[in-house]
Design a protein around this ligand. Sequence first.
Ligand code: JB2
Length: 213
Amino acid sequence: MSVPLPTVVIGAGGHGKVILEVLLEAGIEVIAVVDSDTGRHGTTLLGVPVVGGDQELQRWRPQDILLANGIGSTGQRHRRHLFERMKAAQYRFATIIHPSAVIGREAMIAEGGQVMAGAVLQPGVLLGRNAIVNTGARIDHDCVIGDHCHVAPGAVLCGGVRVDLDAHVGAGAVIIQNMVIGEGALVAAGAVVVRPVSAGGRVVGVPAKEMGS
Ligand code: JB2
């Protein structure tokens, strides 16, 4: 993980806490947390002060800090919108990898990609911008995970799987090799995917089927 600048975490909820844990464990200097909930202002998260809302970012010039996106699954595409809003304001996002994660050769993690404790990215995996590989998820060789995707804790992607923009793979789901999970699709927790999932599709169960079918 290369985080040469002081870092500010956005969001003091569940995902923000996990992101902050990764940064602290990796020895990164985290100078503040910002959160839109005024009830959190003046508190601390894992010992780091919650200094106010996003307007407090004006304390620093964009070139002097990195941001860490601590918004997880809350809100409809809220995580993506926040990333895009901050990029438009010239901020840059840290690429975050827990020291216990295994990152194979020729794997690549784009700006703002987040790899949590115990996750495995085998050789040739590409992880898109602002995408999450959450705790203990295993991504086998040559998978391509698009921007803003979330692979939830404990999910398993066999080799050559493609997960397109904004898709969500639920906790403990299994996706067999070479499947495509379309843009914005949702794979429910625990599903076993043995057929491609179309864009916007929502699948559940073992083997996974379209919800409601
Ligand atoms: O625009 C924002 C904003 N929107 C919500 N700016 C800032 N600075 N903060 C924002 N927030 C804050 O994010 C909320 O006030 C709240 O404190 C926090 C979201 O916390 P919550 O725990 O509700 O959601 P989460 O996205 O951190 O965690 C969800 O997703 C994770 C992946 C939970 O489902 C977790 O269990 C899950 N691991």
